[in-house]
Design a protein around this ligand. Structure first.
Ligand code: ZN
Length: 193
């Protein structure tokens, strides 16, 4: 941590090229569609010329904070919520884009609050968030069953084991409902008595 501070402090000022910059942050008021909030604004200050500027990293963080605020005002899922949904279904960002649409880097941008998803995309994500069945229907619609065959195997295994247990009962096996006592097993003939 000390090294990181040292390297941040030793960064040269992009304005005068002589001084060194230090990171700072102020809370600034943002208004969007009649809603006002306070958001952190990151910047760097030069110890020589006194210039305040925002580099690539600071600008990105500032834009993301503003976008996250606009999403919340518009009632859209936040980047963190979209990320949680994707991880719940164990999807990569590429798989999510193939399944839901939006283009190859869409989910990286949604999750980082670089862009806001459309209302239609938001509705689709909310539908899948509420219903696992909707997720599987979509997988089928997009012909992506093969990619999720492992997950399906788990589902079918548990189903068939239930079916097997039920069949056991119906065939009147020793532990079935028609036989309340266990029959002894003869070791010499290897048959039930
Ligand atoms: Zn400077």
């Amino acid at each position: 941590m000390k090294d990181m501070n040292a390297s941040a402090a030793s960064a040269l000022c992009p304005i005068c090229g002589e001084g060194h910059v230090t990171e700072g942050m102020v809370m600034t008021e943002h208004a969007y569609k009649g809603t006002t909030t306070s958001l952190p604004l990151r910047f760097t200050t030069c110890d020589t010329c006194g210039s305040e500027s925002a580099g690539l990293e600071e600008s990105r963080a500032n834009k993301r904070a503003a976008m996250a605020f606009r999403k919340s005002v518009d009632g859209l899922l936040t980047g963190a919520e979209i990320c949680a949904l994707r991880e719940r279904f164990k999807l990569t960002q590429t798989q999510a884009a193939n399944l839901f649409g939006g283009g190859p880097v869409a989910f990286s941008k949604y999750e980082n609050d670089d862009v806001a998803q459309s209302e239609a995309m938001d509705n689709l994500l909310r539908l899948v968030r509420r219903s696992d069945a909707a997720f599987w229907v979509l997988v089928e619609e997009k012909g992506m069953q093969a990619e999720f065959s492992k997950a399906k195997e788990i589902v079918s295994t548990s189903t068939s084991s239930k079916t097997f247990a039920l069949a056991d009962y119906r065939n009147g096996s020793p532990r079935g409902p028609n036989k309340t006592t266990l029959r002894p097993y003869r070791r010499d003939t290897e048959k039930w008595k």
